[in-house]
Ligand binder design. Sequence first.
Ligand SMILES: C[S@@+](CC[C@H](N)C(=O)[O-])C[C@H]1O[C@@H](n2cnc3c(N)ncnc32)[C@H](O)[C@@H]1O
Length: 255
Amino acid sequence: MANRKPSTKRPVRRRAVAVLHAAPAKAPPIEQDSAPDGPAAPSPAAAAVATPDRAAAIAQYRSRVPVYDFEIAPAEPMRRRAIARLALTPGETVIDAGCGTGLSLRYLTAAVGPAGAVIGIEQSPDMIARAQARVARRQWANVTLINSPAEDAAIPAPADAVIFHFTHDLLQTERALENILGNLKPGGRVVATGLKWAPWWSPAVNLFVRIAAQRSTTTMAGLDQPWRHLAPLLTGLVVEATAGGGTFLAYGVRR
Ligand SMILES: C[S@@+](CC[C@H](N)C(=O)[O-])C[C@H]1O[C@@H](n2cnc3c(N)ncnc32)[C@H](O)[C@@H]1O
């Protein structure tokens, strides 16, 4: 048998991403009827609470705020990927919808530069207090924080882009999406990430999704396709599944 020389080439690393939904440039209406990656896991809680509950959400984040930054740390690479997707340029205005404690602000301010602007919108007074402290500490002069439900927020300037990073309740609130996307310039870029049900044959992933969702949302409705209300407002929607199908990254352009 011939002696094979061991290869010196490094193996090509591939990111574990499955594209669930990619609309062509001239997009036909987006098909919303069925979960694109197979049947979703059963979700009894979804039947119980169909829409987000603001008071419950504020109480949820009041108790979670001391440990929030630590708990969300594993999703940091996804945050960076999502922000990179926005392709922000200096001088642009970007909305951080449901900005929480402001963990995205350092990336957003760096991307838009001092001539740009960042608008954070957050309904939890406890979460936004942390964001306000962060802004003061870093002396970011171009960040405006608005403590309001996104559906009622008076957005001070038209924006070029918006990020929804792990904001399931917000994505399930159609009025919030209309208000935010209504304040995006035509062609404005949109990126959304978060939890989603994995296919039924991934029960371990779905157990994780269930536990994480119980901690971070007030409705499990829509976890099969959390981008479902966003989809009709966008063109060129692409949805990628990550983390074994338990999270997603969706992006597109405002219609
Ligand atoms: C899981 S946290 C994500 C926070 C932040 N985006 C991050 O990347 O760390 C979800 C946030 O969305 C906020 N939120 C939920 N519904 C909202 C709404 N309708 N308007 C504004 N904020 C909302 C919650 O208060 C919470 O701070």
